[in-house]
Design a binder for this molecule. Sequence first.
Ligand code: SF4
Length: 210
Amino acid sequence: MTKKTAAILERLNNEYGIIPEPTLDYNNPHELLVATMLSAQCTDERVNLVTKDLFRKYRTVSDFAKADLHTLEDDIHSVGFYHSKAVHIIEAFRILNESYNDEVPSSIEDLTSLPGVGRKTANVIRTHVFHIPSVVVDTHVKRISNRLGFTKEADPVKIEFDLMKKLPEKQWSAINLQLITLGRTICTARKPKCKECFLSDLCPSRSRSD
Ligand code: SF4
């Protein structure tokens, strides 16, 4: 790790802490899986509003596996892409029910073999359910990793591997929520507030974006 990367991580840790707190509400692993699948192209706040009632109605893996497609579509319609999300949830939960004894698996291969589950969702589950160090790459991580010079890649999987190579393992699970917070408040997509940024003296993109 370079001195500059170490300095950036130290400031992120001081500013935001290193314990990743999930922003989606859930009570057990399968609820986090549903919430994460619903969160694609949707805000966590909206997902939390929907799952409040959803998790009262569908309490078990089996409840989701046996759900009626049109009813589930109605139940989740406000999160967007509700048809494909409902199809994927029912199919994924049928597999959990039939092949995994109603348990959410921990391996990246098993998780990503489920319909509608990509590496981002799989790494959220591994981070928060199994406490396995994992790098979750979302739109904020993608943008800010490039701005900070951690990667030059655009592909989320390549960025994930770049970050695993460049950052110490103990930082992997924290970096996602740290960069999300930075991305929502300071390093925004269209107009980053470089003058206010606590990383401005370390950031190679500052002069281009200030
Ligand atoms: S200095 Fe600007 S571009 Fe760099 S991380 Fe801060 S807000 Fe983002």
